[in-house]
Design a protein. Structure first.
Lengths: 476, 130
């Protein structure tokens, strides 16, 4: 029956799909599937992949040629496969699943959050011949959400260097213990990231992670922030306010720049660590807190104790476990990994699509000394994102302090770029190690004779070795 | 030497981060001495690592595994042969006869290019497939 709306329209002659679209229905479906940004695959009755679209290749990192014919669980690798497979449920009861949250591990070992929808696949006669699953990558949404919440996972500690492997080796045992931890390291090395990783891997992971920068607040404000106050405790305290200790109940309290707190506050903190009790400002009621404390400092706490600037009893109470975050200049081999990570992150957060970093720019980044460590590298990549319109990051996109001293003639061809990079690495290692060839070779992971040979081949003339200065405080 | 294989439906479990069961094979000089199945119901990475250590696992064969978890496992001194697929019996035989890691058991997407399947996690570093 024709409706009134249809009656108003002029009659259209019947057309076949081929006439309408210039191709068969199957070809049309194929074009649509290839053009959408959701991953789509189909399986037969034995769960083997029978089709796999372009977006599915992109999200999983698996070429279609390798996916076809394989069990879907080995291709999608989802959190649901073993226990609550949406497709299995659909095949069993015929009901479709819409937007069920899950996660997969892609071919690079990265865990991606996504939503999954499933439906049955039927032939012309209505017989079920398999199933279809569509999945949407939510990693950008998740990244933005984490960015808004200021959260990062333990996956954000990046590094394959020996220095970082030492840190990774300690994490499982340290995270599972309830002991107080001191994280030492220069500014920008990722002390808070490590603290968050320890929290997220600990039995307290369901509790809050509360961070406070002791160096950023004046003494009185820090005390009230930490312990809270009662109404009338001081001018302007019109009502009770719980402190960060109360906010961290059942979780972890991260005290950054602990070396900067006043002697008076050191005493109060020591008492809390000994007895796990405290009184808010202006209150005579003693409160108990179930909180694990992780402290961090960019200053050498032991040296502060020697100078009587930090209480020794507090130092020994805090210093049950010490972890050291290595400076970036001692793990230069991690720089390409970190740059890749930051480029990917800024691409997602800033909705850009830079292809990465060119070899000349990377060579310059590798040659920097990074007094600001990973944070400085991150800022350098963000600076490059502001200036680079597309393609790969080039040296002119980098901030002045990261452009380095690399010679232009050293990077005029791909071969010379590699040599230039090698030369810059060697020079940087020599510089950091007071021009000691032996120490530089050790840092580069090569034999000293290899270093001499490379220096000769690359024409590097470095000054004679000078004794290294003693390590002072690493003030940030 | 204790070999653990994450198993599901007679095959290597697709994602170690969510695997539920382990097949433990005690092996010596290329032969199996003893086999048993164990549960792996710890949902969080650290619990999984602790379970592997509790079971005194030396080598873990598994399917896909997220990088942070793989890093924790290898940092614990356990050799990880990740991104492996196939029937459990075939995979164990291949391992005991020195055929693992090997292309016959790579998961899709890991046999070429730069995926983790080209490398294996071992004692804190990833090494090339030989």
């Amino acid at each position: 029956m024709r409706t009134s709306l249809q009656a108003d329209r002029p009659e259209r002659p019947e057309t076949t799909p081929e006439e309408a679209f210039g191709c068969s229905p199957a070809e049309t479906v194929n074009i649509v599937l290839e053009s959408i940004s959701d991953g789509v695959f189909t399986v037969d009755m034995s769960w083997r992949i029978t089709s796999f679209n372009r977006a599915a290749e992109g999200i999983t990192g698996i070429p279609r040629s390798e996916a076809l014919g394989r069990p879907c669980s080995e291709v999608l690798r989802s959190s649901m496969c073993e226990t609550s497979c949406a497709l299995r449920q659909t095949m069993k009861n015929g009901k479709k699943v819409i937007n069920r949250p899950a996660s997969i591990v892609n071919s690079q070992g990265k865990s991606l959050p996504l939503t999954v929808s499933t439906n049955l696949l039927r032939d012309y006669w209505g017989n079920v011949i398999g199933g279809v699953e569509t999945f949407r990558d939510l990693s950008t949404v998740e990244e933005l959400r984490r960015e808004l919440e200021g959260r990062t996972g333990c996956g954000n500690l990046i590094g394959h260097s020996r220095a970082m492997q030492r840190v990774f080796r300690m994490i499982p045992d340290v995270a599972s213990s309830e002991s107080t931890v001191v994280i030492q390291g220069e500014t920008g090395t990722g002390k808070e990231l490590l603290a968050r990783a320890l929290h997220e891997l600990s039995p307290r992971r369901a509790g809050p992670f509360v961070a406070i920068n002791c160096g950023a607040l004046p003494e009185t404000l820090l005390e009230s922030e930490l312990f809270g106050y009662r109404a009338g405790a001081f001018t302007g305290a019109s009502r009770n306010k719980p402190g960060r200790l109360a906010a961290a109940e059942g979780g972890t309290l991260f005290l950054d720049e602990i070396g900067d707190i006043s002697p008076a506050l050191q005493v109060r903190l020591l008492r809390f660590l000994q007895e796990r009790t405290y009184e808010p400002l202006g209150s005579n009621v003693t409160l108990r807190a179930d909180v694990r404390v992780i402290a961090a400092s960019n200053r050498d706490l032991a040296r502060l104790v020697e100078r009587k600037q930090f209480r020794s009893d507090l130092f020994y109470r805090l210093n049950v476990i010490t972890m050291e975050m290595p400076p970036l200049r001692s793990r230069r081999e991690d720089i390409p990994l970190l740059v890749d990570y930051f480029v990917g992150r800024f691409n997602r957060v800033k909705s850009r699509s830079l292809e990465g970093i060119g070899p000349e720019a990377l060579a310059r980044l590798m040659a920097c000394d990074y007094p600001g460590n990973v944070r400085q590298l991150e800022n350098a990549v963000e600076h490059a994102f502001a200036l680079c319109r597309g393609g790969k990051i080039r040296p002119e996109h980098l901030p002045g302090d990261c452009r380095g001293v690399i010679r232009e003639e050293a990077v005029s061809s791909p071969a010379s770029t590699v040599k230039g990079l090698e030369a810059q690495l060697i020079l940087a290692a020599l510089r950091v190690n007071g021009y000691s060839r032996v120490a530089a070779a050790r840092e580069l992971g090569i034999h000293k004779s290899t270093l001499f040979r490379k220096m000769k081949a690359l024409g590097i003339r470095a000054p004679a070795s000078r004794p290294k200065r003693g390590n002072g405080d690493q003030a940030g | 030497m204790i070999l653990a294989v994450a198993v599901w439906n007679g095959r290597v479990s697709p994602v170690f981060d969510h695997s539920q069961r382990l097949l433990l094979v005690e092996a010596r000089e290329g032969g199996r001495l003893h086999e048993r199945e164990e549960t792996l119901d710890q949902p969080f990475p650290l619990g999984r690592v602790a379970r592997l250590r509790e079971l005194r696992v030396n080598t873990l064969i598994c399917g896909a595994v997220s990088k942070p978890l793989a890093t924790l496992i290898s940092a614990s001194g356990i050799r990880v042969i990740a991104f492996t697929a196939g029937e459990v019996g075939d995979v164990v035989e291949a391992f005991l006869s020195g055929g693992l890691p090997g292309p016959a058991f790579w998961m899709p997407g890991c046999g070429r290019g730069h995926g983790p399947g080209r490398r294996r996690f071992r004692r804190g570093r990833r090494e090339g497939v030989r």
